[in-house]
Design a protein around this ligand. Structure first.
Ligand SMILES: Cc1cc2nc3c(=O)[nH]c(=O)nc-3n(C[C@H](O)[C@H](O)[C@H](O)COP(=O)(O)OP(=O)(O)OC[C@H]3O[C@@H](n4cnc5c(N)ncnc54)[C@H](O)[C@@H]3O)c2cc1C
Length: 694
């Protein structure tokens, strides 16, 4: 401990107006109830490929006083923004990123962002906008002449932003209003924002920081609209003046409900001329004669490729959800083991984690967190290099489409998991959770936006549905399903209807094969019901889009969620099996989490299953299993979360501290706050209201 910290501690001890708070053994007592586990092995397996990178970031943050949530609670918006830039400057060089390193192994970029997200999603996202959304788009859609920009981005000589969303259009990117008109006489594009709603809006880092932006605009060549294209555009002078270029209007979007450290802003163009080379022209170009050419004829497909830059963002989003949930649950579980309320007839008060209700509220979220982690490792982390390779070779191939579908489903399902989990954690911690010092408010508010950015959940998940339908349609033409994640699909409804669940009680239910069959059946039955619904809708709808929209509720959206949860179930099982091969004790515990996750997924889809194959006996068995597993796992969960928790200083929560001294930490932190014991500045007003003469 530094001498300054020691001095602060002594000073706070001497100046505290609270009675001395004795050492609280509650968390240690709860710890002792759990099975002893090999924590290092668990953490290594859990972080997988990303273990060394994340540990290195934790070390840097631990040693650097810039990473301190307690300080940040009192910072103004401007100060927070400055702090984030300082933090990026402190941590970014450790990654050693450049074009070559990332091309060889994209996960190097992810491990940096994952490490930063341990501290705060806001910190990771602040860099992600530049490093992923901007830089990946220039890399993927640009040509050799743009490589210089990619190098500059990795060196932080340029700071980039990603200008897709407008005030009037978000999900429907194909209808953005910004225009880029090609002027052959000067071989330039003229950018314009013809309406107020065409202002690019919410753009991360554009408000105050970025000097570059990837701008998505409707490209006009010879007065013909060639669809949305991406342009890499200088927006501010890259010199000490930091001036905005004439023809560009830049501003800040103002106060938000979270992520205040990020300067989300707007941008408008007024006849702003940019040279031809600003067009990211890998797939579409304009030749020296002024003729438009595209390697991909279909406008819709071309557009799909244009937004491939979002892939790294969505992968990070899924990982960020896991980190948010893990951080939230670390706080909520440790608090629940320490916090005591009520007792039985006699005897001491009980930790709230003893109550089955508290266990039911928290432990299933822990299981979902682990499932999410497994998919980050297997479906996303290790596949992303293959994805980028295949994207370059053949952007329309099955692997690219399948990865998009899996990623869409996972981003959506896990961000909804995260939002539900963080709200539950906040409530599970009661009133103390409402303190900023608990950090649950910050984590919850930052998690909230995960459902919207990188593709609004309700819109994005439709991509997964479309993929499933397209694959099934192929079988109608006699082709076999090639997609790796869909090998189990049954295209004959009669075969699906033969299914009968193979359990009558909770013991029979807690069986891998029995559960996997149900998880697969859920996708199969929803797929056929959705197909039927779509067919039925076509009779009454004006077109296919109308029919599709009318089949979302109860059908296609449910199907897409079921597909996402099937992937999570399979990935989680793989994780458990690999862990069990290394350590039997951990394998046994994590198999229970897998059972809880899978049975929990089934519980949440009881309506569909009851409608088709389940009865009251099945429901009873499911409920019994869930409660038994929650109770059995609650005691082990403290040891498990200890192994996986972000270190105290990085987590920064008074209620999530690993030594369990939550009251001491809360009091100390509050007493250190500004003006704790001072009279209010507005005392004269109060006196006036009360009629007291000053
Ligand atoms: C903090 C923050 C940072 C951001 N950073 C960036 C950035 O750096 N760059 C950038 O380009 N964008 C950024 N965005 C924008 C973000 O990507 C969009 O908000 C998102 O894509 C959703 O678009 P929208 O807000 O226009 O919502 P809309 O698309 O207008 O959706 C509004 C509602 O309508 C529903 N809806 C829309 N279409 C359908 C449909 N077909 N069927 C059913 N329901 C539908 C949606 O589910 C949603 O509930 C950011 C947003 C936020 C909040």
């Amino acid at each position: 401990m530094s001498s300054l910290k020691r001095l602060n501690l002594i000073e706070s001890h001497l100046t505290s107006r609270f009675p001395t708070i004795p050492f609280d053994e509650s968390l240690n007592d709860y710890r002792k109830k759990g099975t002893p586990i090999n924590k290092t092995l668990l953490l290594e397996s859990y972080l997988g490929h990303f273990y060394p990178g994340i540990m290195e970031r934790r070390r840097i943050m631990h040693e650097n006083p810039l990473f301190n949530h307690f300080d940040e609670a009192e910072l103004s918006r401007e100060a927070l923004r400055k702090r984030i830039v300082q933090q990026i400057a402190a941590i970014y060089p450790s990654a050693g990123l450049n074009y070559k390193v990332v091309k060889e192994d994209y996960t190097k970029k992810l491990e940096l962002l994952y490490g930063m997200a341990d501290y705060d999603i806001a910190l990771a996202v602040r860099l992600l906008v530049h490093l992923v959304l901007y830089t990946d788009t220039v890399t993927n859609l640009g040509t050799a002449k743009h490589l210089n920009l990619v190098d500059r981005a990795y060196n932080l000589q340029d700071y980039g932003s990603f200008g897709m969303t407008e005030l009037g259009h978000g999900s429907n990117v194909a209808s953005v209003e910004t225009t880029a008109v090609y002027d052959h006489s000067t071989r330039e594009f003229i950018l314009n924002s013809p309406t107020a709603t065409s202002a690019k809006w919410w753009i991360g880092a554009i408000g105050k920081t970025a000097n570059m932006s990837v701008i998505f605009a409707q490209l006009f060549v010879d007065n013909i609209n060639k669809g949305v294209h991406a342009f890499v555009v200088p927006i501010r002078k890259n010199d000490a003046s930091h001036e905005t270029f004439p023809g560009v209007v830049l501003g800040d979007c103002g106060k938000k409900i979270g992520l205040e450290g990020i300067d989300n802003g707007f941008i408008l163009f007024k006849n702003y001329r940019i040279p031809y080379d600003c067009l990211l022209d890998k797939f579409s170009s304009i030749n020296p004669e002024g003729k438009f050419k595209s390697a991909i004829k279909n406008k819709e497909k071309r557009f799909g490729i244009m937004i491939a830059g979002l892939v790294g963002g969505r992968v990070s989003c899924t990982s960020g959800c896991e980190q948010d949930m893990r951080n939230g649950l670390t706080i909520a579980l440790r608090f629940s083991a320490v916090r005591k309320q009520f007792s039985g007839q006699e005897g001491p008060e009980l930790p709230v984690l003893n109550y089955p209700l508290q266990r039911y509220r928290l432990i299933p979220h822990l299981a979902k967190t682990f499932a999410t982690r497994a998919s980050v490792i297997y479906s996303l982390g290790t596949n992303i290099n293959t994805f980028f390779k295949r994207l370059e070779e053949d952007p329309e191939c099955l692997e690219v489409n399948e990865f998009h579908a899996v990623l869409s489903a996972l981003k959506v399902v896990t961000s909804w998991y995260g939002i539900a989990c963080l709200q539950e954690c906040r409530e599970a911690v009661g009133g103390l959770g409402y303190s900023s010092y608990a950090q649950l408010g910050r984590i919850r508010n930052n998690q909230d936006v995960m459902a919207t950015w990188e593709g609004d959940n309700s819109v994005l998940i439709q991509q997964a549905g479309k993929f499933l339908f397209k694959q099934v349609q192929k079988t109608f033409k006699g082709q076999k399903i090639q997609a790796k994640t869909l090998k189990f699909l049954k295209t004959d409804i009669n075969e699906v209807n033969l299914f009968k669940p193979k359990f009558e009680n909770s013991e029979q239910l807690e069986n891998e094969a029995v559960l996997l069959e149900i998880i697969e059946y859920r996708v199969n039955i929803l797929l056929h019901q959705s197909l039927l619904k779509l067919q039925e809708n076509t009779m009454t709808s004006i077109d296919m889009i109308d029919a599709w929209n009318k089949a979302q509720v109860y059908y296609i959206q449910e199907l897409s969620k079921a597909y996402g949860e099937l992937i999570l179930t399979n990935d989680f099982l793989r994780f458990v099996n690999e862990l069990a091969a290394k350590d039997q004790v951990l394998g046994k515990i994590f198999r229970k989490y897998w059972l809880l996750y899978t049975i929990g997924v089934i519980e949440k889809s009881l309506v569909t299953l009851m409608e088709n194959v389940f009865n009251a006996t099945h429901v009873k068995a499911i409920r019994e299993s869930i409660m038994r597993l929650c109770n059995e796992l609650a005691e082990d969960s403290i040891q498990v979360i200890d192994a996986l928790a972000t270190p105290d200083l990085v987590l920064g929560s008074v209620l999530g501290v690993s030594d369990g001294q939550i009251y001491k930490k809360m009091v100390e932190t509050v007493e250190k706050g500004k003006r704790v014991y001072e009279k209010p500045e507005w005392l004269p007003l109060l006196l006036k209201v009360k009629g007291i003469k000053n």
